[in-house]
Write a protein that binds this ligand. Structure first.
Ligand code: ADP
Ligand code: ZN
Length: 721
């Protein structure tokens, strides 16, 4: 029988049947090209019994156009795609797309021509040529990629090729990666580390599903320990996937990996050039890429022989994807490990309450590293009361913190000021008439960025120049910045310590692995005295000479008041505190707060991790909140306010009545307008025993709404915006 069921990458379509050419075998998982109307579409052959479809007549089947020359998607990945679609209520085609992000990789091996600078200067130099050569030092890529990096037209790059300043190189898309050597540099482990490492190695050898929570204080050597599990997977010849929460962390990871295994792992993130992406995808699919490190998108790649998954900084909320398919990479990683029948390691110094609960339930095995490596002490933590001992007017650093910064500078040690707010000031208003600058597309204030002299919306990216005059009352020079962002703190530091060398670290300044590498190099060489940063600096980094951490506003994260506000504040401050005193010198942490007696701050000062978790867990249990109960958010949006309201009301009226389940709303979402769309939210709160997805699927499936209305379901939501 030559009928083949095909799942298209198109989210709007269900599976369709096609006819395979006579004598051609199309195993499930094969990537295929099929006709769809007048177009050609890419899809994947699927087991028909797993994907019900309208069977059309054999005689009317259209033929498959092509079976791609790439390994079929492995069965466990096909099951993962089905599970993800089912659990997160996302179209199968949309999930499948995450497994095939590089459609060009599906062809055979190919030679592509890339270009790189030769170091020769052209006879005729123009400002554009000069700019191009300056910006592409050390780079290689397609003409268009180099042009984009240099900010010039393709023609300028072509001109430089003719002039001999740039040369062509042939690169095979299947050029092999070096093989990491498990015995390259084996560290001597401390007893607690050795014990944890042995448990992980044994589990890798077992080849069975087992989640581990590797819970170790910051600087305890969690990375060293899970590297031993990777070494074991390498000895078994199997693949490992390491997930990191941010691509900014890739660079330090690559360096440490190279020191341990003698070469870099294969990196997978959004910053790859097309040819790198293609090469990585093929090496992964062929099982030649043995260790892959990536952001959450690496989770759906077609590893044929996975032996281990590690999720570093597993508590990080950036593992939660907030657009397209709303999934949580940590949870999907555990599911993938289950389907692949391999161990999965969740490493964190501040595990999520959900993960700790799994340990309590006996599902995850806990491995503890209670002490820092090499005898380093945990830093001393002190709260600074902003009410009793406030900073001077218009300043944000309390006198005591300034004093400590001064001492640290004098001692030649590095300091870090943490404030989770990009830009100069979160709100700008007119002193004369009170006008506030709001984003035209969103319910949010425009944030001033002085470095770029712009007002920017952090939700939709809308930017405008800072006007000289108030648009409302036309008063000149009347605008005032309210509240601090990191840039404003940097100004304050510059005013206090004109000789100190500072670095501002946010996603505005560190937006690529290369930028992160620059920052690490500067810190390591001692070229920076004081870092002012957002959550980007709270994790992963290891700077032995950094001994002082100041948390500028510990109350900031608590104000939102969502389910995880206290937990997130605790994690963030504990992580950023963990940057202090990782070397031989002891660390000090100062937490500025208006309410230093709040339970979170108190727990941080006393280092009472277990007490904090116990209280938080009890509160969740009492309120039947996750992990003791379940939530799903339904976000209804439209450019037309009336349509959004009407659709949300219809959904609310149709809510099924089920025991142990309540539906809250519809109510305007906290961000009532986002990217020009009006938004309403319904929140479903149910007990664990209820088949929440089935109920929501049936409920929404029976309804219709006008064109232009979007209904998105967020299962296990993290963002309550
Ligand atoms: P964590 O991830 O738990 O914060 P790291 O793995 O970053 O801790 O370890 C902190 C520092 O201590 C790193 O520089 C690491 O290389 C070093 N380290 C940890 N364990 C060992 C060991 N057994 N031998 C040598 N260095 C170690
Ligand atoms: Zn906006």
């Amino acid at each position: 029988m030559s009928r083949v069921r095909v799942l298209l990458l198109n989210a709007a379509l269900g599976p369709l049947d096609y006819r395979a050419p006579a004598g051609v075998d199309v195993p499930a998982g094969s990537a295929v090209v099929v006709p769809l109307g007048p177009r050609q579409e890419l899809g994947v052959a699927w087991e028909p019994e797993r994907l019900p479809a309208n069977e059309i007549d054999e005689a009317r089947l259209r033929p498959l156009l092509q079976v791609m020359d790439s390994p079929p998607l492995p069965a466990p990945l096909r099951r993962l795609i089905e599970w993800t679609s089912d659990y997160y209520l996302a179209p199968l085609g949309a999930v499948l797309r995450m497994a095939l992000p590089s459609t060009s990789a599906l062809g055979g091996a190919r030679i592509v021509t890339e270009y790189r600078p030769t170091g020769v200067f052209p006879d005729r130099m123009t400002p554009q040529r000069e700019q191009a050569l300056e910006r592409i030092v050390g780079r290689q890529g397609l003409i268009g990629e180099l042009a984009a990096a240099a900010g010039v037209s393709d023609a300028v790059i072509r001109g430089l090729v003719k002039a001999g300043a740039i040369e062509a190189v042939e690169v095979s898309t299947d050029h092999p990666y070096p093989l990491p050597d498990p015995d390259f540099h084996v560290p001597a482990l401390e007893p607690a580390q050795a014990e944890a490492a042995e448990a992980l190695r044994a589990s890798v050898r077992d080849r069975a599903f087992q989640p581990f929570l590797l819970d170790g204080v910051t600087g305890s050597g969690k990375t060293e320990v899970y590297f031993e599990a990777i070494a074991e997977a390498l000895r078994q010849g199997r693949q490992t996937l390491v997930l990191l929460p941010e691509i900014a962390l890739t660079e330090p990871f690559l360096q440490r990996f190279t020191a341990r295994f003698g070469c870099e792992p294969v990196a997978w993130h959004s910053g790859l050039r097309q040819s790198q992406r293609r090469r990585a995808w093929r090496a992964i699919a062929q099982g030649e890429a043995k260790v892959v490190v990536g952001a959450r998108s690496a989770l759906f790649l077609p590893y044929p022989d996975l032996g281990l998954i590690a999720v570093d900084e597993a508590h990080e909320t950036s593992f939660k994807q907030e657009d397209g398919v709303h999934y949580h990479a940590r949870d999907v990683a555990v599911m993938r490990a289950k389907l692949e029948e391999v161990p999965v390691i969740l490493a964190s110094a501040t595990p999520a309450i959900e993960s700790r609960h799994q340990v309590a339930q006996g599902v995850y095995k806990e491995l503890k590293l209670p002490e820092r490596f090499g005898g380093a002490e945990m830093p001393a933590v002190e709260a600074l009361n902003l009410v009793a001992d406030p900073p001077p007017r218009g300043r944000w650093l309390a006198p005591r913190l300034v004093e400590e910064l001064e001492k640290n500078l004098a001692a030649g040690e590095q300091s870090l000021l943490f404030l989770n707010r990009r830009g100069y000031a979160p709100l700008t208003l007119c002193r004369h008439c009170g006008h506030r600058f709001q984003c035209p597309n969103c319910t949010s204030w425009m944030v001033e960025h002085r470095f770029t002299a712009r007002l920017a919306c952090h939700h939709c990216g809308h930017v405008m120049p800072v006007p000289r005059m108030c648009p409302e009352c036309h008063e000149e020079e009347s605008l005032v910045a309210c509240g601090p962002g990191v840039e404003r703190i940097a100004d304050e530091v510059a005013a206090l310590f004109p000789d100190a060398r500072t670095a501002v670290v946010t996603s505005d300044t560190i937006w690529s692995p290369a930028k992160a590498a620059d920052f690490v190099a500067q810190m390591e060489s001692g070229a920076v005295d004081i870092v002012i940063g957002t959550q980007l600096v709270t994790k992963g980094y290891h700077f032995p000479n950094l001994t002082l951490v100041g948390v500028v506003d510990a109350d900031l994260g608590l104000s939102g008041g969502d389910l995880r506000a206290a937990e997130r504040t605790f994690q963030q401050i504990r992580q950023v505190s963990g940057r202090a005193g990782r070397g031989e010198k002891p660390g000090r942490v100062f937490i500025q707060s208006h309410d230093p007696d709040a339970p979170v701050i108190d727990a941080l000062v006393r280092g009472d991790v277990d007490g904090f978790y116990a209280a938080e867990t009890d509160a969740r249990r009492e309120a039947a909140m996750p992990p003791f109960g379940r939530l799903a958010a339904i976000i209804v949006s439209s450019e037309k306010e009336a349509d959004a309201k009407e659709a949300a009301a219809r959904i609310g009226r149709a809510a099924p009545s089920v025991d142990n389940m309540i539906v809250l709303g519809p109510a305007p979402a906290p961000l009532a307008m986002l990217r020009g769309r009006h938004r309403l939210r319904l929140l479903v709160h149910a007990s664990r025993s209820i088949p929440l997805q089935d109920i929501v699927r049936e409920w929404l499936g029976a309804l219709e709404w006008p064109r232009g209305v979007r209904v998105a379901v967020d299962v296990d939501p993290y963002s309550f915006l």
